[in-house]
Ligand binder design. Structure first.
Ligand code: CUA
Length: 341
């Protein structure tokens, strides 16, 4: 028979194992949004330096306050025949406990404000990109270069890119965040915010919408692809071209016809065709991207066919509805989309 003691021990072991499982569950090697000690941009580095100072001060305050508390609990604990000192208020202690935190906060404000101003600067000669957050994807207008991309932001390494972040007037609040490169910036309808990216490493960096914006908030991802100057220029040259027309009589050509005759052109743009709507991602160089639908799905035949068959089934709340396309139409549209390199 179980005694109360073994039941208690079991409950305690279960609680301990549960807590350890939760702790282990929070660990991941190379998680996409992991950024501590993995900064790859000037903004993230400056924020990290500020964090180092603030954290050090917070640790010292914590140790002193908790140390004093534990000391007082022990030193002045109840003992038989002894009564605690009885008094009301202590002006000197009140003044010290007000002044010391005020001085600490004032001292911390100096590097904080300096960092805020540094990061708010508009570096001369920066590449200008307008970022618009929409349910549930990102639009990037390369305003000086004259083309528009979606979800995957290409920028050059060791050069500043100035993001002008706008909320669309017919959309909700989002938040743009690529933690390894820079801080977070809110995307608010009717407001213009700025964020400067100055990557110091080449590679692919993951981001995520950081403000709850609807059913697919968690599926509103993004990627920043940091390239060498020459790779970036090559990409710009490709993006600046109109969409290639597929060979006549091919399945892709049938897809192009279906797209331009159908509902697609009410929302999408494909440069070099009559599709010029701007409320959904620009598809001119769709197949040059690695992912689609808010950087959620890899661009491949299978994912695209599933998407066209029923977008909200793949991504809850997606604005693109199920158009009831036939399998033949889907096959042709997929062939065309994959030809848009
Ligand atoms: Cu967009 Cu959350």
């Amino acid at each position: 028979m179980k005694t109360p003691k073994t039941a208690w021990n079991r409950a305690r072991s279960a609680a301990l194992i549960g807590a350890l499982a939760l702790l282990a569950g929070a660990c991941a090697e190379d998680a996409p949004l992991d950024f501590l000690n993995k900064q790859a941009g000037r903004g993230a580095e400056r924020a990290d330096q500020l964090w180092d100072i603030t954290f050090l001060v917070a640790v010292v305050v914590f140790v002193l306050v908790e140390g004093a508390l534990v000391f007082a609990l022990f030193r002045f604990r109840h003992r038989p025949g002894r009564e605690a000192a009885q008094f009301h208020g202590n002006t000197r202690v009140e003044i010290v406990l007000t002044l010391v935190p005020a001085l600490i906060l004032a001292a911390l404000a100096v590097p904080t404000i300096k960092t805020i101003f540094d990061l708010a600067e508009d570096p001369p000669g920066a590449l200008q990109v307008k970022v618009i957050g929409r349910q549930f994807w990102w639009e990037y207008q390369y305003t000086d270069l004259g083309f528009t991309a979606a979800n995957e932001l290409h920028i050059p390494v060791d050069k500043a890119t100035r993001l002008t972040i706008e909320g669309a007037s017919d959309d909700v609040i989002h938040s743009f965040s690529v933690p390894r490169l820079a801080g977070t910036q809110d995307v608010v309808p009717g407001r213009i915010n700025f964020l400067t990216l100055e990557p110091t490493k080449e590679g692919e960096f993951f981001g995520q919408c950081k403000e709850y914006c609807g059913l697919s908030h968690a599926n509103m991802r993004l990627r920043v692809i940091v390239q060498s100057e020459s790779e970036f220029e090559q990409w710009v040259a490709e993006q600046s071209e109109d969409a290639a027309a597929p060979p006549e009589g091919s399945l892709a050509a049938q897809g192009r016809e279906a797209l331009l005759d159908g509902q697609c052109i009410n929302c999408h743009a494909i440069q070099g065709t009559e599709a010029q709507a701007t409320i959904a991602p620009d598809l001119t160089h769709f197949a040059a991207r690695g992912t689609f639908a808010g950087a959620m799905f890899e661009v491949n035949e299978r994912n695209l066919a599933r998407w066209l068959a029923n977008p909200p089934a793949m991504k809850p709340g997606a604005r693109m509805p199920d158009y009831g396309l036939s399998q033949d139409e889907i096959d042709a549209l997929v062939a065309y989309l994959l030809s848009l390199e």
